[in-house]
Design a protein around this ligand. Structure first.
Ligand code: APR
Ligand code: PHB
Length: 391
């Protein structure tokens, strides 16, 4: 088999790249370790910056997002028992975010790919291997039905997430990684109950962080910070709702509608960056190259912007025979990635209870939050980062 770009991973990064390349007439094949149903079963964040919204439109898959997505012009910060609104729209000259689940984004992209008849090979398991990407004729091999298949390509796009094969295939002598692991996780619960408020609430409390989010007017997503050792089996729905209530203000508690969980899981929090993002003809994009803690929901948005830069680079290569975009890909992405890393780390540090900082740490966070909501400059900085920095 031969293709122009072999894409590893059918998460949002791989699917979005496949669609953008196809629109530009660039042939691509996607190889995915899991089944499509498994990929769609993963519950991830759901806040889209305008840049991501525009990209989905560009791919021609924006219709359902515009119909069902919820446009949010503000967020609320809860601390010291009081809620304060950050007017994202007013502070950023009219910008907003769109609340639309990553599962839905993935669904829309998969449907579009299938409708166009593009090749996606699912369930490759751990058989994918990369070859000769340091030369002009890279190859990707995988095993399916007991047979080894080989794809010859011009480029390999590593969109295979944090645990994928692509970053692991990069030469160790060139790869440098930066990592910070946080001493807590997020216990998330999805339920078919109306959201407690029409905007997201981020809460800093003496018991730890909480987040009230949503997927639709009838489906809510809530999170509470938990110790890393906690097991999801030890958290009954009732225990979750009680803990969430204990972290909310009385008015919010009164509005909270509870119900049986559809999904419940614990995710650890990590900041991670791999540099560079290009190794010859292998390019990393999305979670394969970087992870942010979920506070601020930058993960999907960063994946989308990497893919935007990467598709532009490939288009420039094929249309103009120019290596310029390819040569600058890593540097251009990393400038934006480090800004989102900084923001996600800062927002995480401000909102969570850290085991080693005690009551002093709590007071300092509350002082910073008090400054943040009362200073237009500080609120603007939060708002600008939250809605997404310009490309
Ligand atoms: N071979 C083929 N596919 C693989 C392999 C492999 N060896 N390893 C991983 N994959 C697949 C995974 O099964 C997954 O479907 O690559 C895909 C990577 O998808 P994501 O993890 O969703 O990563 P990405 O597409 O970069 O999306 C970034 O996802 O994790 C969130 O916060 C993140 O929202 C952001 C978004
Ligand atoms: C979510 O809805 O899952 C979500 C929203 C905002 C965040 C993180 C997660 O900052």
């Amino acid at each position: 088999m031969r293709t122009q770009v072999a894409i590893i991973g059918a998460g949002p990064a791989g699917l979005l790249l496949g669609q953008l390349l196809h629109k530009a007439g660039i042939d691509n094949i996607i190889l995915e370790r899991q089944s499509a149903a498994h990929v769609l079963g993963r519950i991830r964040a759901g806040v889209l910056e305008q840049v991501a919204v525009n990209l989905l439109d560009e791919c021609g898959v924006g219709a359902r997002m515009h119909r069902e997505g919820l446009v949010h012009q503000g967020i609320e910060l809860l601390f010291a028992g009081q809620r304060h609104r950050i007017d994202l729209h007013g502070l950023t000259g009219g910008k907003s975010v769109t609340v639309y689940g990553q599962t839905e984004v993935t669904h829309d992209l998969m449907d579009a790919r299938q409708a166009e008849g593009l090749v996606t090979v699912y369930e490759t398991g751990d058989t994918v291997s990369l070859h000769d990407f340091d030369g002009a004729r890279p190859k990707v091999r995988y095993v399916r039905d007991g047979r080894t298949h080989e794809i010859e390509c011009d480029f390999i796009a590593g969109c295979d997430g944090f645990h994928g094969v692509c970053r692991a295939s990069a030469p160790a002598a060139v790869l440098k990684t930066y990592e910070k692991v946080y001493p807590f996780g997020w216990l998330g619960l999805l339920a078919d109950v109306p959201p407690l408020s029409h905007e997201l609430i981020y809460a800093n409390t003496g018991r730890g962080f909480a987040l009230c989010s949503m997927r639709s007017p009838s489906r809510s997503r809530y999170y509470v910070q938990v110790p890393l050792q906690d097991k999801v089996e030890d958290w009954s729905d009732e225990a979750f709702w009680n803990e969430l209530r204990a972290r909310l203000d009385p008015a919010a508690c009164e509005r909270l509608v509870t119900g049986p969980s559809i999904e419940k899981s614990i995710a650890p929090l990590r900041s991670f960056v791999a540099e560079p993002m290009r190794f010859g003809r292998l390019f990393l994009a999305g979670d394969a190259a970087h992870i942010v803690p979920p506070t601020g929901a930058k993960g999907l948005n960063l994946a989308a912007t990497d893919v935007k830069y990467l598709s532009n680079a490939f288009i420039e290569y094929y249309r103009e025979r120019s290596d310029r975009g390819i040569d600058h890909y890593s540097e251009v992405c990393l400038r934006r990635i480090w800004k989102a890393e900084r923001f996600s780390w800062w927002f995480t540090s401000l909102m969570h209870k850290f085991p080693d900082t005690g009551e002093f740490g709590q007071k300092v966070q509350e002082a910073e939050l008090d400054y943040l909501v009362n200073s237009r400059a500080a609120s603007t900085s939060l708002a600008e980062n939250y809605v997404g920095l310009p490309l």
